[in-house]
Write a protein that binds this ligand. Sequence first.
Ligand SMILES: [Zn+2]
Length: 305
Amino acid sequence: MVAPALAWLAALLVATNPPPEAIAKPAAAPVMLPASAREWGAQQTRAPGEPRAIGGFSAGCLQGAATLPPTGPGYEVLHLGRNRNHGHPALVEFVRRLGKGARRAHLGLVVVGDLSQPRGGPTPSGHRSHQTGLDVDVGYAAPPGVRAGQLSAVDRERLSPPVAIDLTTHKTTAVWGPHAVSLVAMAASDPAVDRVFVNPALKRLLCEAPTGKAPWQARVRPWWAHHDHFHVRLKCPADSPACTPQDPPAGDGCGPGLEWWFTGDSTATRTRRKETGEKAGPKVPAACAVLLAPEPSQLVRAAAK
Ligand SMILES: [Zn+2]
């Protein structure tokens, strides 16, 4: 039995691999930068300039990030200690919209996990996506007892959203009900959203539901884990010409392709991806290098010492 906090972290780690049908097209001339994920993770401030998502979701960076406040109408952000509550302004606006929409529809408090680091890029913990400030993790439900505006700093770091489905038995918990389904539907129906990743067994349940043919269903795609949160990915914003878009999702995701996720090949692929992902190291577009360069103000401070 894995502790809820560990399960949340583990899910985040495995949630970083792009799905086979969702692999971002490589950006022009990707290069191996001398910068490591540790360097991107060490960035404490946003990169100045206009908002720009640069590169692909799993190999990119973010200029001019906005920061999602820890608390807002209808939502609360967990794990602020990771410093991953930054994103393209379009992502911050999306979370605000979802929080307000969920509150209006009485869907419960929206709990938010990782967005991106202040300048995006790969994370030291091996998080592969979330690199361009266009990805965000959202709980299917809030941890029991958590109320809007009443989350202590300790609880914000300690708590994780409850699981909606058992990864082994595929039995859903009480969390998976009309509220969770409506929250996923609300996210997937947002015009800024490209994809929403959920556990494959949950996707199967959505396919079988009366709403199985609703237009938003095509944006909901299966991915390993994602048993306690879903992952929302926005489309490339109009202000970011160097953002690498993904191909539109093929079909509604409910066909025979969905069954692949329940095969041994799926398990083996997941293992292989985890192994090779750790060895591969971060590759981001050359255009990201400037975001790691010392800012003029930092140079001035260094010279004054
Ligand atoms: Zn995620």
